[in-house]
Design a protein around this ligand. Structure first.
Ligand code: GLU
Length: 247
C-alpha cells in the first residue's frame, strides 16, 4: 500500500493542507504502507520560488516522515509527453482553440490546447500555454510512484472520475480514492492562498496537529500534547474509515 501527499509549491502550507496531509499519512501508517511526497511544480506561472523547500521544512517540523526522495513533476515532462502521444495515437484527444471556460464537447479541429473526450464534459490535458494539465500529470505520476491509496480534499471530487478515465485510456491501474472534508474560513471559503489562509506556524505544530486530528473526527485525549505522542496516538487509535466519514 502506498499513499502520497502532493502539494503545489504556490505558497506555504495552511491548515487545510495539514488536514489532507495528516489524513493520508495516518491512512498509510495504519496500514504499514509507504507515504510519498510529490511536488506539483509544473504550473510555472503559479509557482512561488522557494516554497517547495518551505513546504518540506514545514512537513518535517510537524513530524512527517516520507519514504524516498520527493518527486518533482518538473522532472517528468518527457513522461507526460509520452502519455499525450499515447492518447493521440489512440484518437482519444483533439486539438482545440476554445475559450478556457468551455467545458462542453467542442468541434474545433485545430488549436494549441489538447482535450480528451469525456462523456458530456471534455477536459484539457495540454493547456494552450503548453503546460501539461494537472489531470494528466497526476495520473502519470500516481502510476509511476505506485500509489495505491489516494486521500485528498473533497474539492478534488470532480477530478477523480476524470483521472480514472485517463487511467483506463492509458492502461494504468486505478488507486482507491478517498476524500476528506475541505476546511473553510468564516465566510465558507476553502482555505487557500487566494482566500489569504495564514501559513502554518511550525512553532505551534502540536496544537495544530491536535486540531487537524480533531477536524478529522478523532477524539484526541487532552493529555497527549507533544508531537511524537500525538502521532503515536493517532497511528494506534485512528480508524481510517472514521476519518473519511466523520463529517
Ligand atoms: N496538487 C494538488 C493540490 O495541491 C493536489 C493533487 C492531488 O492530491 O491529487 O491541490
Amino acid at each position: 500500500m502506498t499513499g502520497r501527499f502532493a502539494p503545489s509549491p504556490t505558497g506555504p502550507l495552511h491548515f487545510g493542507s495539514l488536514v489532507t496531509a495528516v489524513a493520508s499519512y495516518i491512512d498509510a501508517r495504519t496500514k504499514s504502507g509507504r507515504w510519498l511526497v510529490r511536488m506539483e511544480d509544473i504550473d510555472t506561472p503559479r509557482i512561488v520560488a522557494g516554497s517547495d523547500t518551505d513546504i518540506l521544512h514545514t512537513l518535517e517540523r510537524f513530524g512527517f516522515e516520507w519514504d524516498g526522495p520527493v518527486l518533482y513533476q518538473s522532472t517528468r515532462l518527457d513522461e507526460y509527453r509520452e502519455a499525450l502521444d499515447h492518447l493521440r495515437r489512440d484518437g482519444h484527444v483533439y486539438p482545440c482553440s476554445c475559450g478556457r471556460t468551455t467545458t462542453a464537447p467542442c468541434t474545433c479541429t485545430r488549436g494549441p490546447r489538447w482535450r480528451v473526450r469525456f462523456p458530456g464534459d471534455d477536459f484539457t490535458v495540454l493547456r494552450a500555454d503548453g503546460i501539461f494539465a494537472y489531470q494528466l500529470a497526476v495520473v502519470v505520476d500516481d502510476a509511476h510512484q505506485g500509489n495505491t491509496d489516494v486521500v485528498r480534499g473533497a474539492d478534488l471530487l470532480d477530478s477523480t472520475p476524470r483521472q480514472i478515465h485517463l487511467q483506463k485510456l492509458l492502461g494504468l491501474p486505478s488507486p482507491t480514492y478517498r476524500h476528506v472534508p475541505v476546511v473553510v474560513n468564516e465566510k465558507g471559503e476553502k482555505l487557500s492562498k487566494q482566500t489569504l489562509a495564514p501559513p502554518l506556524d511550525v512553532n505551534a505544530a502540536s496544537d495544530l496537529l491536535t486540531s487537524a486530528l480533531r477536524f478529522l473526527g478523532q477524539n484526541v485525549p487532552t493529555d497527549t500534547s507533544d508531537l511524537s505522542s500525538l502521532w503515536a496516538w493517532a497511528i494506534a487509535h485512528s480508524q481510517p474509515p472514521e476519518i473519511f466519514l466523520s463529517r
